[in-house]
Design a protein around this ligand. Structure first.
Ligand SMILES: [Zn+2]
Length: 91
């Protein structure tokens, strides 16, 4: 992933960019949530509340390997650097 992309607001759960409104999660009152994406956070709740950080790293590595055309090894290293600092995993 291009490190410059990470300067934009990113989901504090999975690290995807939140530049587009349709990618932003939703609060219980239907407003947009600017910290989490629509895949992680809908109507005020995490879509997968029991997901662990390790599971998220594997999931994101899988997505990166597909979308960014990285080797699985490289994708794991990248995911390992993106996910642990995010806010969700420090609460
Ligand atoms: Zn997310």
């Amino acid at each position: 992933m291009d490190p410059k992309k990470l300067e934009a607001p990113t989901c504090q759960s999975c690290g995807i960019p939140l530049g587009r409104k349709e990618d932003q999660g939703t609060n219980a009152d239907g407003t947009k949530n600017r910290e989490y994406c629509i895949f992680c956070f809908q109507k005020g709740n995490f879509t997968e509340p029991d997901l662990t950080m390790d599971q998220m790293i594997s999931k994101v590595a899988g997505v990166l390997a597909g979308v960014e055309n990285m080797s699985e090894e490289k994708a794991k290293i990248v995911a390992d650097s993106i996910i642990p600092p995010l806010k969700r995993w420090h609460e």
